[in-house]
Design a protein around this ligand. Structure first.
Ligand SMILES: *Cc1c(COP(=O)(O)O)cnc(C)c1O
Length: 387
């Protein structure tokens, strides 16, 4: 019998509710993309993708080609956009899997075209526009008032449109700070993107799917929804940051991460715990071992810096997190015994331990907490089954 020591319990109904709520605040004319990269932010890409499509998502977004392979193998035929870099040699594969891929500029488009023109049908591509993220894409930042620079960008896009073997279907950009209180940078990014689309329209180039908004854009910038929105973290029930107005959309976290107590020992005062003996008990107490570690994606940063829930109480992590085990002090919690459920993310009794709290403790963001979970964590799904 399978008895997984660490389980990520995924509530697919919560994902459905989150998508429905997000769609409520999305422009009626905009399509909805569910972003399921990085194994669905650790929640399991295939199950999340299936549920998202049932819940009204029109597109799926992923970062890597191998993520597309997994979805297609599972029989998912939906529109799929790959955000990440693809090699021209992969043109055949892209075509076979019927993917839409991203080109970062004219050079990459030409390279892809040279391979794609040999195929029986063109590859659909979206062009990435860098309006200020500073990562990839055709740069148009600061060129708003510079007429020659603008003309050059337009000329390059016109050239891409004419390339054989590829079919430019959309443009998109990505926000650097849509989750920040200060709205000015995002307003500027939106303005740059919108004016580029205007210019193209004047030239008679109208692309069907132009998009910009991530979760924070959906929630905070209704003017950024264009033809489609790309919702990632929010479909999993987490807010992009503490600065986003949570009253605008209700989200329910979909993941509960659980383990069990495997050993409970009474130990004396001055007892050393785990590698490096960084923790010494200050009094006679009880320690419980939990079979979760950094190889599960439970960061070593939680060493003597976190709490887990057991019997509805918070128990402090003591000593270093190991690869496969973590120790907690349960001296103040009555009757802890091997087999008791331990919650690492989620709620137990009246206590709630959110991914945001964990992220704050180790100076990161909720995105990293959930997407860091490794394959050896068993994903278990609950779904009431209503489409
Ligand atoms: C990851 C990603 C998203 C989703 O962002 P969230 O903040 O999780 O909503 C959208 N667009 C692109 C290009 C991405 O890489």
């Amino acid at each position: 019998m399978e008895y997984p020591l660490v389980r990520a319990c995924i509530d697919l109904d919560a994902i459905q509710k989150n998508i429905q709520n997000l769609k409520q605040i999305t422009d009626k004319k905009s399509k909805f993309m569910a972003v399921v990269k990085a194994d669905g932010y650790g929640h399991g890409a295939v199950k999340v993708a299936q549920k998202a499509l049932q819940s009204g998502a029109d597109w799926l977004g992923i970062a890597r080609l191998n993520e597309a392979v997994e979805l297609r193998k599972a029989g998912i035929e939906a529109l799929l956009l790959v955000f990440g870099y693809i090699h021209p040699a992969q043109a055949g594969m892209i075509n076979d899997m019927n993917l839409v891929t991203t080109v970062y500029g004219l050079k990459m488009a030409k390279a892809l075209s040279s391979k794609a023109k040999l195929l029986n049908k063109p590859i659909k591509v979206h062009l990435k526009i860098d309006t200020g993220m500073g990562r990839v894409g055709m740069v148009i930042e600061k060129n708003l008032s510079d007429k020659t620079a603008r003309k050059q960008v337009l000329k390059k896009i016109e050239e891409i449109v004419k390339l054989p073997g590829i079919d430019l279907k959309g443009l998109y950009t990505h926000f650097a700070a849509a989750d920040c209180k200060d709205r000015r940078y995002t307003d500027l990014q939106i303005e740059l993107f919108a004016s580029l689309l205007e210019d193209l329209k004047k030239k008679g180039i109208e692309l069907s799917t132009c998009h910009a908004a991530n979760s924070a854009g959906i929630i905070e910038f209704p003017g950024s929804h264009f033809d489609m929105v790309r919702a990632g973290i929010s479909i999993y029930g987490l807010y992009p940051s503490g600065e986003v107005d949570q009253s605008k959309v209700k989200l329910t976290p979909a993941m509960t991460l659980k383990s069990i107590v495997t050993a409970v020992r009474e130990v004396p005062k001055g007892f050393c715990v785990s590698y490096g003996m960084t923790h010494k008990t200050r009094k006679k107490t009880k320690l419980a071992s939990v079979p979760v570690g950094y190889a599960d994606g439970f960061s070593r940063g939680f060493s003597s810096n976190g709490t887990l829930l057991v019997k509805g109480h918070r128990a402090p992590v003591v000593g270093r997190i190991c690869m496969d085990q973590t120790m907690i002090d349960v001296g103040d919690i009555p009757d802890v015994t091997p087999g008791d459920e331990v919650v690492l993310i989620g709620s137990q009794g009246d206590e709630i331990l959110g991914a945001d709290e964990l992220a704050n403790r180790i100076n990161t963001i909720n995105y990293e907490i959930v997407s860091a979970l490794t394959p050896r964590v068993k994903r278990i799904y609950s779904d009431s089954g209503s489409g």
